[in-house]
Write a protein that binds this ligand. Structure first.
Ligand code: AHR
Length: 513
């Protein structure tokens, strides 16, 4: 305790270990990294559990205050995240979604079975028009995921025509009849999802042929052409990025990639969201940091085939995946969210920033009530998760330019044969010249110090927000929705040197002045 600043005492944190030698962080603001595309902070909303129905959509006649059926409390919270884009309608759901089921009067839409997620009834209340209301209400961009698995090239082509046609085509007139005069702006369009699994159990070769066939027929007005996304691989597999980048020479702006963090690494028993042992804290950290290697390997393959970096690498599903909460439908993937998830989110942001030259979009799974969510709801109640707070703290990094940094003297955190670096850092300069620094101390019991140096400049002052708590699984509940929230943080430079004391298990974002 003696080495820690009084500020931490003010925050009421009991720190159970002292800081040792400081990590040295050297920022080089004279050289520029890549632009951190705001879409790295993208979201994903699938027809899954209470992710859309209840979590976001309550319908215009609900007693829960809403705008065009979308709940106002959730919209308000999401606005503060500057959500840059939303991927919809899946996920696995996308490859069984037929867009015609989701247009026209809602009481006339067919009721289907959501065979992927819990076998529940899907009444198609949320369809194309409702989705675009959501993205437009949030000022976000639309990422529509097409159905390759059970659809046809004709169905996919007609959906795009319905959304984007301007003239008097029957589909444009149908869209107008359904209430939308102007075309929708489709920023991104993906051809299938997880083609290696729920999307059809295909090989990269088979999918690539289908991708070329389908995209041949996907046509839009030239000023409303989406970026085309091919469904790629997952985890350590680089064969999808390799095969697609080698063989698709047009109409492919990005290859997608999925990776989930499971504490145990096992799908049958993944680990609990709360009340987990420290061995599952460190394994979660190690499995999160594995994202860096997966991206590096895919980038290495793509850099050889596409040195101009024309094709993006979009991590359009990532996040923690725990055992579903007791009493919940196992197909709903509902899980609590703790300080551990905020640390996981921040570590991933740092990795994505480092690879921002190729990683120009990522979508955490998922926005509300599903997996590593921003928001949890219980009917009319809503809470913001620690992951939400991490997203909010990192808003200044959206569209900022990465500032290269060098870390030395980083302590290792070791437990049960696993070892990870305890400190992670990122820095970026915003469009209006402000310099931001993000820091994570992922050690759950050891506070750490970081000396910050900025070549040629004396740092006077840093200020921002710190997210931490005493417990590894600190979380918000509907009874105590503010149990864990970021707190104001500041530190002053002295004699040309600035040392930041990072509490155990903390995420810090500061503006450097
Ligand atoms: O995000 C949940 C599911 O995980 C998605 O539907 C699927 O693409 C992935 O396997």
């Amino acid at each position: 305790m003696p080495l820690l600043k009084p500020m931490l005492v003010v925050l009421g944190l009991s720190l159970n270990a002292t800081a040792f030698a400081a990590t040295h962080i050297q920022l080089d603001s004279s050289s520029q990294g890549a632009v951190i595309n705001k879409n790295i902070y993208g979201q994903f909303a699938e027809h899954l559990g209470r992710g859309i129905y209840e979590g976001l959509w309550v319908g215009p006649d609900s007693s829960i205050p809403n705008t065009k059926g979308w709940r106002n409390d959730v919209l308000g919270a999401l606005k503060a995240l500057h959500v840059p884009l939303i991927r919809w309608p899946g996920g696995c759901f996308a490859d069984e979604y037929h867009w015609r089921d989701g247009i026209g009067p809602r009481d006339k839409r067919p009721v289907k079975v959501n065979t992927n997620w819990g076998g529940v009834e899907e009444d198609n209340a949320v369809g194309t028009h409702e989705f675009f209301d959501l993205v437009e209400l949030l000022g976000a961009e639309a990422y529509v995921n097409g159905n390759l698995g059970t659809g046809t090239p004709q169905e996919m082509a007609e959906w795009l025509e319905y959304m984007t046609a301007e003239g008097k085509s029957t589909l444009a007139e149908l869209r107008r009849k359904n209430g939308r005069e102007q075309p929708f702006k489709v920023h991104y369009f993906a051809v299938g999802n997880e083609a290696w699994g729920c999307g059809g159990n295909m090989t990269p070769e088979f999918y690539t042929h289908l991708y070329k066939q389908y995209t041949t027929f996907l046509k839009t007005p030239t000023h409303n052409t989406p970026k085309w996304i091919a469904s790629g691989g997952h985890s350590e597999d680089t064969s999808w990025a390799e095969y697609l980048t080698t063989n698709v020479k047009q109409k492919m702006d990005a290859v997608s990639f999925h990776y989930y963090t499971l504490p145990t690494g096992q799908w049958d028993v993944k680990g609990a969201a709360l009340k987990f042992p420290e061995s599952e804290w460190i394994s979660t950290m190690a499995r999160t940091l594995a994202m860096d290697g997966f991206i590096r390997n895919n980038k290495a393959v793509m850099d050889k085939l596409d040195p101009g970096k024309k094709v993006g690498f979009y991590v359009d599903e990532w996040g923690t995946w725990y055992d579903v909460e007791k009493g919940e439908n196992p197909g709903f993937l509902y899980q609590q969210n703790s300080l551990r998830d905020a640390v996981v989110a921040a570590l991933n942001f740092h990795i994505f920033h480092q690879h921002a030259d190729r990683v120009r979009m990522t979508n955490i799974a998922q926005m509300v009530n599903v997996l590593q969510a921003m928001i949890l709801t219980d009917k009319e109640k809503m809470l913001l998760t620690p992951t939400y707070h991490a997203y909010r703290m990192y808003v200044p990094f959206q569209d900022a330019t990465a500032v290269p940094l060098k870390l030395s003297g980083v302590p290792e955190y070791r437990l049960a044969g696993v070892s990870v670096p305890a400190i992670s850092a990122t820095a970026a300069r915003t469009k209006n010249g402000e310099l931001y620094l993000g820091l994570v101390n992922l050690h759950p019991t050891q506070a750490e110090s970081a000396d910050i140096h900025l070549a040629g400049i004396t740092i006077q002052h840093v200020s921002g927000q710190l997210l931490t708590a005493n417990q590894m699984d600190a979380h918000n509940t509907f009874e105590k929705p503010h149990a864990i929230e970021p707190k104001a943080f500041s530190a002053e430079g002295k004699n040309g040197r600035l040392t930041i004391e990072l509490p155990a298990k903390s995420v810090l974002v500061v503006k450097v002045q």
